[in-house]
Design a protein around this ligand. Structure first.
Ligand SMILES: [Fe+2]
Ligand SMILES: [Fe+2]
Length: 245
C-alpha cells in the first residue's frame, strides 16, 4: 500500500445517482465487484516494471472515470429538472454513471497498491486539463458527441491493456476487458443521447478530428510506459482514425 493517498482528479457528484457500489447491480458491475473482492490488485500479481508503468498510466484512466461521473450526473440532473419526457434516457444515463463509479473504485483499488511516482501529480494535472478542455462546449449536444468519441478511444485503450504484454490471464488485463465491455455500451448511450439532442454525422466527424490529437498529446507524454506494456500509441490511434468517418 502507498502511504500518500492521492486527491481525486474530480470531486464526486453532489447528488450521485448511486450512493454506493452496492447499488451498481448490472451484471458487468457485479463481475468487477467480484474482481475487487478477490484482491486481484495485490502487488503479487505485478512485476516491478509493470507497477512502475501502471503507476504512470492509471492516473490518466482514473481522471476520465471521475470526469465521466460528473458529466453524466449533470445531464441527469438537467433532464430531471426539465419538462422533457426523457425517462428512458435518464435511466440509461444513470446506468452509465453507476458503471463509471465502479470503474473508478476498481482502478483506485489497483492504484492503492502502486507506488506514487514523482510525476503522478503532474500527470493528473495534465489529464484534468484535458477533460476540462473537453467540457468547454457550446451545447449539451456537442458535449455528448465528444463523450461518445472519447469512450470509443477508452474502449480501444482498454482493449490494448487486455491484450498487452501482461498476458491474457493477468488480473489487470481481465479487469480492462470488463471495463471495455461497459465503455462500448457507453459509446452507444452517449451517441444516441447526442443524436437525441440534435447531433448529426458531420458533428461526430468534426469533433473526432478535434478530440483525437488532444488525447494523443496527453497519452504520448507517457508513451514509454505504454510501450513497456507492449502498447504502441501510434498503432492504437491508427485504429481509431476511421471510427466516425
Ligand atoms: Fe469508465
Ligand atoms: Fe465511459
Amino acid at each position: 500500500m502507498n502511504d500518500i493517498s492521492l486527491n481525486r482528479c474530480f470531486a464526486s457528484p453532489l447528488e450521485p445517482s448511486v450512493s454506493s457500489i452496492l447499488d451498481c447491480s448490472g451484471a458487468n458491475s457485479q463481475r468487477i465487484r467480484n474482481w475487487m473482492a478477490n484482491r486481484y490488485n495485490s502487488a503479487i500479481y505485478y512485476c516491478e516494471e509493470e507497477r512502475e508503468s501502471l503507476a504512470h498510466l492509471i492516473p490518466l484512466l482514473l481522471c476520465g472515470e471521475q470526469s465521466a461521473q460528473l458529466v453524466f450526473n449533470n445531464e441527469i440532473q438537467r433532464l430531471c429538472a426539465s419538462d422533457e419526457e426523457a425517462s428512458s434516457a435518464i435511466l440509461s444515463l444513470k446506468e452509465v454513471e453507476a458503471e463509471e463509479l465502479v470503474h473508478d473504485l476498481a482502478l483506485q483499488q489497483v492504484q492503492s497498491e502502486l507506488p506514487i511516482v514523482e510525476q503522478t501529480i503532474n500527470i493528473q494535472r495534465q489529464a484534468k486539463r484535458f477533460y476540462l478542455q473537453l467540457g468547454r462546449v457550446n451545447s449539451y449536444c456537442e458535449h455528448f458527441v465528444r463523450i461518445a468519441i472519447l469512450d470509443t478511444c477508452v474502449t480501444q485503450i482498454m482493449h490494448e491493456f487486455e491484450h498487452s504484454k501482461l498476458g491474457k490471464g493477468h488480473p489487470f488485463a481481465f479487469l480492462c476487458g470488463l471495463i471495455k465491455k461497459d465503455e462500448a455500451k457507453h459509446v452507444y448511450v452517449a451517441k444516441h443521447h447526442a443524436q437525441y439532442l440534435g447531433a448529426d454525422r458531420t458533428m461526430f466527424i468534426a469533433e473526432h478530428e478535434m478530440v483525437l490529437p488532444k488525447l494523443y498529446t496527453l497519452l504520448s507524454s507517457q508513451s514509454a510506459h505504454f510501450e513497456a506494456l507492449g502498447i504502441e500509441l501510434t498503432q492504437l490511434f491508427n485504429k481509431l482514425e476511421d471510427k466516425w468517418a
